[in-house]
Write a protein that binds this ligand. Structure first.
Ligand code: CO
Length: 215
């Protein structure tokens, strides 16, 4: 088992390694960050945002919570989104879920886990809203995958509906909102083909992505 001392030793080695490859790296980074992307993903330790998409510190602004949920009253998530869009002026907001998400699965199975049940209720709502997309012929694994995918589509829609993104689009700011899902078993990201780039495009894009998912 790794001790805290090991973590600090790892950190020194990492810092030395980065400095060795690029002596000016930390100096540049300390002066400013200019990420082009905001990543909204799950807190799951197996889904390390930067690593999956091969980005260095400074290149990806990140918000993570259990089951990558975007709730209109979540001041934490909204603050991240606002800062990313209005101050950092990221060009893309990526909602990336993952297959095998414990949060999504707990929501689907209605497993009581305590306080977090209230948070995961948002995912249960999605399952209920899309009940007709879950057929008796599906295996448990297929149903779990489907809810993970639907959760991403729904959270993309929620990002698009925020005042932050709506205002940005009205100002003519270029910002795209995209839905992806990561598979733990092979380390690959699947593009769920939901990309919304402008006001008023959500309904059509959402419908198209949902139809593609079902085909
Ligand atoms: Co998860």
């Amino acid at each position: 088992m790794t001790s805290l001392a090991d973590l600090l030793a790892n950190n020194r080695r990492w810092s030395e390694g980065v400095t060795h490859r690029d002596p000016g790296f930390f100096d540049r980074l300390a002066r400013q960050q200019a990420p082009r992307y905001l990543w909204i993903g799950c807190s799951d330790s197996r889904v390390p945002a930067n690593e999956i998409v091969g980005l260095m510190p400074g290149e990806l602004f990140v918000h993570r919570n259990v089951a990558n949920i975007v709730v209109h009253s979540d001041l934490n998530c909204l603050s991240v989104l606002q800062y990313a869009v209005e101050v950092l002026r990221v060009e893309h907001v990526i909602v990336c879920g993952h297959y095998g998400c414990g949060g999504v699965e707990a929501a689907r199975r209605r497993t009581p886990l305590g306080l977090i049940d209230n948070w995961l209720r948002h995912v249960q709502d999605i399952a209920e809203r899309h009940q007709h997309l879950f057929t008796g012929a599906m295996t448990e694994a297929q149903a779990a995958d489907r809810l993970g995918e639907l959760n991403v589509l729904e959270q993309v829609a929620n990002v698009c509906r925020t005042t932050i993104v709506q205002d940005a689009w009205r100002r003519g700011q270029l910002v795209g909102v995209h839905g992806w899902i990561y598979r733990l078993q092979n380390g690959l990201v699947r593009d769920l083909k939901l990309s919304v780039m402008r006001e008023g495009a959500l309904a059509e894009e959402y419908g198209r992505a949902l139809a593609a998912l079902m085909s």
